[in-house]
Design a protein around this ligand. Structure first.
Ligand SMILES: [Zn+2]
Length: 421
């Protein structure tokens, strides 16, 4: 850690934990600098070096007496200050954007409409946010702030973040052929809907135990992760109670055997309704954890099925079970940066008003979204290059059932090839 003597950050005590969350993101996680926090009755945040003020940062979002409701109102007004629709101002030692408040606001998901939910009872993105989703605008803010701070204190500063390309696969279907009716249905879909006789034939051979189940994409995904030097993580689904959104568990399937013996990283994928109850979520996570413990997994990763997390239960339970990271935040119909950032962060737990110990990786691109042709190739390219600008993360989400057909694999490869573009 670089030692910068006598960097003091002065702030008032209103919404203190929230402010420190934003400050520590920049100073501990991004810059890894030594600093101290002091208190004062200033409205703004002030930065002092060697006993004199070097930078004054506007305190708009988390200002005096502002509750979270008011932050929402401020966001509506602050919209024009996004780098893409205007810009921040830097004049006479004043940074005219509440950088720490903005970090708190977006990373804690105050921009999601908690009361307004979609058909799967998930929190929705405010309409006005959708247009900003394809830009990691917090990265732009932070980058500008670092330049301004560096020049104010006469020390060139740079971020230390090194991003990952995460190829993550949800194993929602343990087998395409658990019984004859399922085999028949899948084969009919291969032929009639997808016009894919080769996969249909493979399914028949697999049904006769002569070849690999098309739902087993372990070998293919391993070669994909090698090609992109990406981390490969498989999330296993093992629902306790079945619902129409959860498929039956096939404990002795070839896919499971293939996963448990192929040295790929395994994580947990709790069922559709699990996050409605702390007890159900706890039991499911614990059961999958025990299964993958035997495989030698040491750091536990999670993604909720249907991205159906609950801010009130999910992180509390994940922390209590010692999970290290979560990949559940995203919107299945949209690609981009759901929290306005391309770097991982620690999620905010409102019940205890502190950051969690869990590393949050937001979902950037999902197979379902691009394969349904809701998103054009240029958009995928744009999102990937935005993340690369900041050496950020890209988290791709695939499903073993969806990528079981050759055509879908080929289509997807075309999109992912933008990574080298
Ligand atoms: Zn799933």
């Amino acid at each position: 850690m670089e030692k910068l003597d006598k960097i003091d950050i002065y702030l008032n005590r209103t919404n203190l934990e929230e402010k420190i969350y934003g400050i520590s993101y920049v100073f501990d996680r991004v810059l890894r600098l030594d600093y101290s926090i002091k208190f004062h009755e200033f409205d703004s945040y002030k930065i002092y070096k060697d006993g004199s003020e070097v930078l004054d940062i506007v305190n708009e979002v988390l200002s005096k007496d502002s509750g979270y409701e008011r932050i929402g109102v401020n966001w509506e007004r602050a919209r024009d200050n996004l780098p893409f629709f205007g810009s921040y101002n830097y004049t006479n030692g004043c940074f005219d954007l509440d950088i720490f408040g903005s970090i708190f606001y977006f990373l804690s998901h105050q921009h999601l409409r908690i009361l307004l939910r979609d058909s799967h009872d998930r929190e929705c993105l405010s309409d006005e946010m959708i247009f900003a989703l394809r830009r990691p605008f917090l990265n732009y803010y932070i980058e500008q702030f670092i330049i301004v701070l560096g020049s104010a204190i006469n020390v060139p500063l740079k971020t230390e973040y090194k991003g990952h390309f995460n190829i993550t696969i949800d194993v929602d279907h343990m087998s395409s052929i658990p019984n004859f009716s399922k085999y028949f249905k899948e084969s009919a879909k291969d032929l009639l809907l997808h016009k894919d006789p080769l996969t249909c034939l493979q399914r028949l051979f697999s049904y006769l135990s002569l070849t690999r189940d098309p739902h087993d994409i372990v070998k293919w995904s391993k070669s994909l992760s090698k090609k992109y030097r990406a981390e490969l993580i498989y999330f296993l689904h093992k629902p306790i109670g079945l619902s129409k959104y959860d498929r039956s568990w096939v404990g002795n399937s070839h896919i499971l055997q293939s996963l448990l013996t192929s040295n790929v990283e395994l994580g947990t994928h709790p069922s559709y309704y699990s996050s409605n109850s702390e007890i159900t979520l706890y039991s499911e996570l614990k059961a999958i954890k025990e299964m993958i413990l035997a495989q030698g997994t040491k750091s536990f990763k999670n993604r909720h099925h249907f991205l159906r997390y609950r801010r009130e239960t999910s992180w509390k339970v994940l922390e209590s079970l010692g999970f290290s990271s979560d990949f559940s935040i995203g919107f299945s119909g949209l690609i981009g940066f759901p929290s306005g950032i391309c770097w991982s962060y620690s999620y905010w737990r409102q019940d205890v008003r502190r950051a969690t110990t869990i590393d949050q990786f937001d979902v950037t691109i999902m197979d379902r979204t691009v394969l349904a042709s809701k998103v054009c190739s240029a958009t995928v390219k744009d999102v990937i290059s935005e993340s690369k600008k900041f050496r950020g993360d890209i988290t791709f989400v695939g499903h073993n059932c969806l990528l079981s057909r050759r055509k879908e694999k080929r289509k997807l490869l075309k999109y992912l090839s933008h990574y080298y573009g």
